[in-house]
Design a binder for this molecule. Structure first.
Ligand code: SF4
Length: 374
């Protein structure tokens, strides 16, 4: 079956890198002047040569986002269900080799966490687990979805990649969106960071969005873990992946996230540091390439940065996040997957959003509309 693998194999990391670093001011200016931009324009916009055009990029990005999404910001909260994991990932606190008490929430604990999340006002929840198929596999996901679906307008998942049939099976239980980040598209470095477990299978992960698309999942989220490899080249591959998916699964909606490597217990130093300025460049470049893609900013980022950047192209934000199972109500002191940076409450974030003339949206009306149009 054709998949993104066939496209991916036609591209060479080093050649793309050379292309990006060789872009000149004239290439950036040409890209800025166009309305329908291609991947060559995108290379120019993420190149070092674009740095001096950042203000113009931000201006256009803000304008395009307002035009397409209005002055709204979707609010969501992650719900960590389990820190069990059979993989070794060099950058993660839940990695198999890390000694920490492992926990998977039972139905009573889930109820408590859900109540705490609802009390904060959220209608959109993102279910997160490590990758441990026996403990937290499809039967567990089904039970959780069944338990919580009526309580939220919108349920997304960020769990291990599954087979196409599994996704198919979960949709009637209320699964709306799946986020699956490639971590890095640099295959050799991917192998270094994922030495053990199912996640070490680079191609299975790479083809996950194809399986989601074929299964008919409504929305999928892409991204890389910024810090593992050259962010400019990885951004190009995310954009390439997005283009391919949009052309192949045109009914699906897409989002991109920008997780920067954060401290965790026993942590890994980023190989490549990305500055705040470069993150703005990356966010705005995606918007200039694609007017429809949703762009999401998490609490990994610092307060001040989030305050300013959300207006430049972002469409959804998390707030008040806990990255440990039971973190909201059941076991607030258990070990987090990574430290969050913006610790403000959801109400404070909502206030901030309002103070800048935007509207925080807790409910995603899309889901309701889907049922009307089916
Ligand atoms: S990143 Fe995911 S798969 Fe890797 S160790 Fe952490 S929880 Fe497990």
């Amino acid at each position: 079956m054709p998949s993104f693998k066939d496209v991916f194999e036609k591209y060479d990391w080093e050649a793309i890198k050379t292309d990006i670093y060789n872009k000149k001011a004239a290439d950036v200016e040409r890209a800025l002047a166009r309305t329908n931009r291609d991947l060559e324009d995108f290379k120019a916009l993420i190149s070092p040569a674009a740095d001096i055009y950042l203000e113009e990029m931000a201006r256009q990005s803000k304008q395009d986002t307002l035009q397409r999404f209005g002055n709204t910001i979707q609010m969501y909260a992650p719900l960590y269900l389990s820190n069990e994991c059979q993989n070794i990932c060099t950058y993660c606190g839940f990695s198999l080799g890390n000694k920490l008490p492992r926990k998977t929430l039972n139905p009573i604990e889930i109820d408590k966490e859900v109540a705490a999340i609802k009390k904060m006002g959220f209608e959109h929840v993102l279910l997160v687990t490590g990758e441990a198929n026996k403990m937290v596999g499809v039967p567990y996901f089904k039970k959780v979805l069944e338990q919580i679906r009526t309580q939220f307008a919108n349920v997304s998942m960020e769990v291990q990649p599954l087979d196409e049939a599994d996704y198919h099976e979960l949709i009637p239980y209320g699964l709306h969106a799946v986020l699956v980040y490639q971590e890095t598209y640099h295959q050799a470095d991917y192998a270094k960071h994922h030495p053990k477990g199912k996640k070490s299978n680079f191609l299975y992960r790479l083809e996950t969005p194809d399986r989601l698309g074929r299964a008919g999942v409504h929305k999928m989220g892409l991204g890389v873990l910024i810090g593992l490899e050259d962010w400019r080249v990885d951004s190009f591959f995310v954009a390439l992946h997005l283009r391919y998916l949009e052309q192949t699964y045109w009914r699906t909606k897409y989002s991109i996230s920008f997780p920067r490597l954060r401290p965790f217990s026993g942590g890994l130093e980023p190989k490549v540091e990305m500055t705040d300025r470069q993150l703005v460049q990356q966010i705005t470049a995606y918007r200039l390439l694609n007017k429809d893609v949703e762009l999401s900013l998490s609490t990994r980022e610092a307060m001040k940065f989030r305050d300013h950047v959300f207006q430049l192209g972002i469409t959804s934000m998390s707030a008040g996040s806990k990255t440990n199972p039971g973190g909201y109500a059941v076991a607030p002191e258990s070990l987090e997957q990574f430290e969050i940076s913006d610790e403000r409450s959801p109400q404070e974030i909502a206030q901030l959003i309002k103070s800048k003339g935007y509207e925080p949206v807790w409910k995603d009306w899309d889901t309701a509309l889907e049922y009307v149009t089916k």
